[in-house]
Write a protein that binds this ligand. Structure first.
Ligand SMILES: *[C@@H]1O[C@H](CO)[C@@H](O)[C@H](O)[C@H]1NC(C)=O
Ligand SMILES: *[C@@H]1O[C@H](CO)[C@@H](O)[C@H](O)[C@H]1NC(C)=O
Ligand SMILES: *[C@@H]1O[C@H](CO)[C@@H](O)[C@H](O)[C@H]1NC(C)=O
Ligand SMILES: *[C@@H]1O[C@H](CO)[C@@H](O)[C@H](O)[C@H]1NC(C)=O
Ligand SMILES: *[C@@H]1O[C@H](CO)[C@@H](O)[C@H](O)[C@H]1NC(C)=O
Ligand SMILES: *[C@@H]1O[C@H](CO)[C@@H](O)[C@H](O)[C@H]1NC(C)=O
Length: 350
C-alpha cells in the first residue's frame, strides 16, 4: 500500500517534470499580454486570406500592416513558397513563458498527424510535442478528425534593456541557393536588429542550427498613448504600420533611422484614409488636439501634423494621438514637444 502510494508520487513527479521540460514559448518575466509576431514560411503557395484564416488573424488590416503591404492589397493576393509572412497575434505570459493567447486553433483533418501540422502547416514555429502538451494529448499518434488543437506560438512581452520591443519568432532555415544554414549576421541584417540583441535573448553565443526558433527583438516606435486607452502600449515595429481606435487612426513607425542603436523612433499617427472600414463605431469622430490655449483648435494642429519647428531646427511641436474611449466615442490627441535631431527622441506631453 505504502509502496504503491510511493510509486504514485513518483509518477506524479515524473509527469510534472515532463511537462516542465515540454513547457513552451520564449522567456517572459512579466505577467501581461502584448502584441507579438512570428515569421511564417508557407510550405505551398497560398494566399494572404488563407494565412489569415489559418492563424486566426481576425483583422486582415493588421496582417497587411505587419508586412507593410498597402491597405488596398486584396485578400486573394498570392504568397509564394519560402517567402516570409509576419503574423501578428496576442501574446500571453504565465509562469515565466510566453505563448499565443489561446489561438490559433487548428481543426484536424483526416490525413493529419501532429508532426505534419507542426512542420508543414506551421513551418516549425512549434514542435509536435509542444502542441501535444498544451492540448493534453498523451499519445501524439492519436488525434481525431475535427479535433480542435490550440497551436502555442512562442512569444514574449519583456522589455530589452529598458526598451519596448516586439518579440518576433524566427525559424532558422537553410538558404535556397547553397543549402547553408542562415547566420546570425544575415538574420540580424534582414530584421534590422543587432546580433548582440539576438544573443542576449537566446542564451547563446554560437551560430544556431537549422530549425532553431530564435526570439528576435524588433525595434518599435515609442507611442504617446495614455494608459487609460484600450490600445495603451501600442507597439508598432519599425518599418510597419497599424490601425487603431476602431480603425479610425493609422499609426506608422518609420524605419528611416538606419542606426542600429535602440533609441526608438517616434510613432506617427493620423486619421485613416477614408476608404478604411470603421469598426464598432458608425463613423470616426473628429479629433481635438488638447494643448495650450485656443491655438489647439486651429487647423495647423490637425492630428499628425507638425505645427512648429524652433529656430534650431531640432525641436518640434506636433499634435500626437494619445488614445480613444470606446463608450464616449472620443479620440484624443495632445500637443507634444519633441526633438527631431538624430540620436535622441524624447516626447513630453504638455
Ligand atoms: C503541399 O502540396 C503537396 C503536393 O500537392 C501536398 O502533398 C501537401 O500536402 C501540401 N502541403 C500543405 C501543407 O498543404
Ligand atoms: C489540460 O489540462 C489542464 C489540467 O487538467 C487544464 O487546466 C487545461 O484546461 C487542459 N487544457 C486543454 C486544452 O484541455
Ligand atoms: C472542423 O472540421 C469539421 C470537418 O470539416 C467540421 O465539421 C467542423 O465544423 C469543424 N469545426 C470547427 C469548430 O470549425
Ligand atoms: C524552399 O526552401 C527549402 C529549404 O530552404 C528548399 O529546400 C526548397 O527548394 C525551397 N523551395 C522553393 C520553391 O524555393
Ligand atoms: C530642445 O529640446 C531639448 C529636450 O528635448 C531641450 O534640452 C533643448 O533645450 C530644446 N532646445 C530648444 C532650443 O528649445
Ligand atoms: C514646447 O514648445 C513650445 C514652443 O517652443 C514652448 O513654448 C513650450 O514651453 C514647450 N513646452 C515644454 C513642456 O517644453
Amino acid at each position: 500500500m505504502l509502496f504503491s502510494k510511493f510509486l504514485f508520487s513518483i509518477l506524479i513527479l515524473f509527469t510534472l517534470t515532463l511537462s516542465a521540460v515540454k513547457s513552451q514559448g520564449f522567456k517572459c518575466k512579466t505577467t501581461t499580454k502584448c502584441q507579438s509576431q512570428v515569421g511564417y514560411l508557407p510550405a505551398n503557395a497560398t494566399t494572404l486570406s488563407q494565412i489569415a484564416t489559418q492563424f486566426g488573424v481576425k483583422d486582415f488590416n493588421s496582417l497587411l500592416g505587419a508586412n507593410n503591404l498597402p491597405l488596398d492589397t486584396p485578400p486573394s493576393k498570392s504568397v509564394s513558397v519560402n517567402s516570409t509572412i509576419k503574423i501578428p497575434f496576442t501574446c500571453s505570459c504565465n509562469n515565466g513563458k510566453g505563448i499565443s493567447d489561446n489561438s490559433p486553433i487548428y481543426n484536424v483533418t483526416s490525413d493529419d498527424f501532429l508532426d505534419r501540422i507542426a512542420r508543414d502547416l506551421f513551418s516549425l514555429l512549434i514542435t509536435y510535442q509542444e502542441i501535444a502538451a498544451v492540448n493534453n494529448i498523451s499519445n501524439p499518434d492519436l488525434i481525431d478528425d475535427g479535433q480542435l488543437l490550440w497551436i502555442p506560438l512562442p512569444c514574449s512581452c519583456d522589455n530589452l534593456d529598458g526598451n519596448q520591443v516586439v518579440h518576433y519568432a524566427h525559424v532558422v532555415v537553410r538558404q535556397n541557393g547553397n543549402g547553408d544554414v542562415e547566420t546570425l549576421d544575415m538574420i540580424a541584417n534582414e530584421l534590422g536588429v543587432t546580433v548582440e540583441s539576438i544573443l542576449k535573448l537566446n542564451d547563446g553565443n554560437e551560430e544556431p542550427n537549422a530549425e532553431t526558433v530564435l526570439d528576435v527583438p524588433l525595434r518599435a516606435c515609442k507611442s504617446t498613448v495614455s494608459n487609460t486607452s484600450p490600445d495603451y502600449q501600442l507597439l508598432v515595429p519599425s518599418g510597419t504600420y497599424t490601425l487603431t481606435a476602431n480603425n479610425c487612426i493609422k499609426c506608422k513607425c518609420d524605419s528611416k533611422s538606419k542606426s542600429k542603436v535602440f533609441s526608438s523612433n517616434k510613432l506617427h499617427c493620423e486619421p485613416s484614409p477614408p476608404e478604411i472600414k470603421v469598426q464598432n463605431w458608425q463613423k470616426c469622430p473628429s479629433v481635438r488636439c488638447i494643448g495650450s490655449g485656443v491655438e489647439a483648435n486651429q487647423p495647423s494642429y490637425a492630428l499628425g501634423k507638425r505645427s512648429y519647428i524652433d529656430n534650431t531646427g531640432c525641436n518640434e511641436t506636433r499634435c500626437a494621438y494619445t488614445g480613444y474611449d470606446y463608450q464616449s466615442r472620443e479620440i484624443s490627441a495632445s500637443l507634444v514637444n519633441g526633438s527631431i535631431c538624430p540620436g535622441e527622441y524624447h516626447y513630453h506631453i504638455l
